[in-house]
Design a protein around this ligand. Structure first.
Ligand SMILES: [Zn+2]
Length: 263
């Protein structure tokens, strides 16, 4: 399945936790797929309300409702650059289980457990994504998959990339929803692995960087790096790996999966 992962794939749905994740974790790949004529749909789980704001002209938005609106605007700009024309928010139909009232999944916030590994904030709101029932989140993702019927679903690896509880949550929901709807699921890897397909995407760096500039409340672009609002530096890496997660593996994952096992 590795070499021909995209054979016959005409549409892909990416499931991400917050605005900016789509570009940071998969911007190069999204631009590549769009250039290949593959239809890309994005599902974003929360508006990143808990994120810190880059010091400067947008600082006053921290902790306000206006930050959600600004992040929606930033995301729309980034999606324009990446070539995504179809976007959904988790909890809003069609990304909402039939018969359920619309809901907003809020950003859960995070604390650094140790260098490079995040865990949930102690004061995550009751309507936070990481506190939502996994079955409910899964039902919402599955509702969207039934409507959009992508050929492939892509989200983070089982650590959510770096352990953010919202990333882990949306990844767990996406693997289950994919299994329920019979759609293949692939996880994003940031280095090559024997059982993964590696996409060398240096030629998408400019597009990815231009999309990242839109997320100005969250990060600042400096050459080949971004600096996050909290001061962490991160290299811009267009190249990624994709590894298919077989449905058999998915069903063995317990619903009581600990959000963070690193403590
Ligand atoms: Zn995120």
């Amino acid at each position: 399945m590795t070499a021909d992962l995209l054979t016959g794939v005409r549409s892909v749905l990416f499931a991400h936790a917050h605005p900016d994740d789509e570009t940071l974790a998969s911007g190069g790949l999204i631009a590549e797929l769009v250039a290949r004529g593959i239809h890309v749909t994005l599902l974003t789980a929360s508006r990143g309300e808990r994120g810190e704001v880059v010091a400067g002209p947008l600082s006053h938005l921290a902790g306000t409702e206006a930050l959600s609106i600004e992040r929606e605007r930033e995301l729309a700009g980034a999606l324009d650059v990446l070539g995504i024309t179809e976007h959904y928010w988790l909890g809003t139909p069609p990304a909402r289980a039939a018969g359920q009232p619309e809901r907003h999944y809020r950003d859960s916030g995070m604390v650094w457990v140790r260098e490079g590994v995040a865990g949930p904030a102690d004061d995550a709101a009751t309507d936070a994504l990481a506190r939502a029932e996994l079955a409910d989140v899964t039902a919402d993702v599955a509702a969207l998959l039934r409507t959009t019927q992508p050929d492939l679903v892509i989200s983070y690896d089982d650590h959510g990339g770096y352990g953010h509880p919202d990333h882990v949550r949306i990844r767990e929901a996406a693997v289950r929803a994919s299994a329920q709807t019979g759609i293949p699921f692939a996880e994003l890897l940031d280095e090559p692995a024997p059982d993964a397909r590696w996409f060398e995407l240096e030629h998408r760096r400019t597009t990815m960087t231009d999309a990242l500039r839109w997320h100005a409340s969250q990060l600042t672009v400096f050459g080949d790096e971004v600096v996050h609002s909290g001061g962490q530096r991160e290299a811009i890496r267009p190249s990624v790996g994709l590894r298919i997660v077989e449905a058999a593996t998915i069903s063995s994952v317990t619903d009581e999966h600990e959000l963070v096992t690193e403590r």
